[in-house]
Design a protein around this ligand. Sequence first.
Ligand SMILES: NC(=O)c1ccc[n+]([C@@H]2O[C@H](COP(=O)([O-])OP(=O)(O)OC[C@H]3O[C@@H](n4cnc5c(N)ncnc54)[C@H](O)[C@@H]3O)[C@@H](O)[C@H]2O)c1
Length: 382
Amino acid sequence: MAKATKRPKTTKRHADPEPVRVGIVGCGAISGNYMNHIPNYRILNVVACADLVPQRAKAMADQAGIPKVCSVKQLINDDDVDIVLNLTIPKAHYPVAMDAVRAGKHVYSEKPLAIRRPDGRKLVDAAKRKGLLVGGAPDTFFGAGIQTSRKLLDDGAIGQPIACTAYMMGRGVETWHPNPDFYFQPGGGPMFDMGPYYLTAMTFLLGPIKRITAAAGITIPERRITSKPFYGQKITVNTPDHISGSLVFTSGVIGTMCTSFATWAAETWPITIFGTDGTLKVPDPNGFDGDVFLYTKSKDKWRTVKHTHATGHGRAVGLADMAHAIRSGRPARAGAQQTYAVLDAMQGFLDAARTGRAYTPRCRYERPAPLPTRLRKGWLDD
Ligand SMILES: NC(=O)c1ccc[n+]([C@@H]2O[C@H](COP(=O)([O-])OP(=O)(O)OC[C@H]3O[C@@H](n4cnc5c(N)ncnc54)[C@H](O)[C@@H]3O)[C@@H](O)[C@H]2O)c1
């Protein structure tokens, strides 16, 4: 009898997607952080950069080996650019992103998506009409800390979640940021600056928000800069620097949230989720790989949970995820729905504080899919 032909081993590996071409607008403090991590994601190829201050773009291109330096207008209209990475200051996020969408580009912006809810809505609607993706930071929820927390919640580790607390209690950025003024203007403040990390993590973990109430104030009306180069200059604060409120999730979870640039040495845990059978301490959502702590009533003690997902992601992972979404047609995790829901909620806190009435978010929101637990290095889809 003839021997059966031995078939060569086949692997199920798909062809690697073609890299997506990125043009960076805004080459300030955070751009270096992106450039440090972009090489970790094989789907990203930075082809150009631009800044209102051309020397900044030139300096970054020289340092990071970016082939093209041009004006913002040229970059946005460049046929070689697929995604505009918008790293400008908050009030420029919307106009830059809208120009890019009009020019047919996908856009990934630093947080917040926009500084006013209607602008965010217009941007999301315009992108949808053109079949483009918009979204952006934060992408810290791709980190092992928040992904592990999500898995624990979804696996029922604390039973049914019933309550959560979120505290971002600091003293402000005028001591270290080179150009801190924008942090104290509308679109800044602790809610618009740090709230995105907390609200993104909370919604990714707990789902949509159905009601927000709040109180807020400008507790320190003037700040003195002690960083360089503007040492000694004064900043007039034009947005609340302390916001405290409560939020109710559609699931019934009752949340407490406080964001502040007015407090010294607060010793609060970033996010804690309380369930019927235990409590979860979620790590700082302004980082990627923090430790996750779990208390269960059956064991009656705290333990550190081993991460279920890959560590080592950094700023740029959300951008890489959007690039994969462009290539495969799946939704981007840090996409329009996620970033608009967070903008809506942040504005909701300020609106509720100003009017004394509860704010009811009306946008559609579904939690983005968790990351797969096993991924090839450099890729986000298995
Ligand atoms: N610095 C941080 O640690 C940090 C951390 C996380 C997120 N962010 C976010 O990143 C964004 C940028 O912050 P940053 O700290 O890099 O600020 P930055 O002031 O250091 O840099 C912003 C850059 O954008 C340029 N710019 C402003 N408006 C522009 C426009 N219309 N067109 C082109 N360029 C423009 C400025 O010239 C500047 O070079 C902000 O949204 C901030 O919230 C910053």
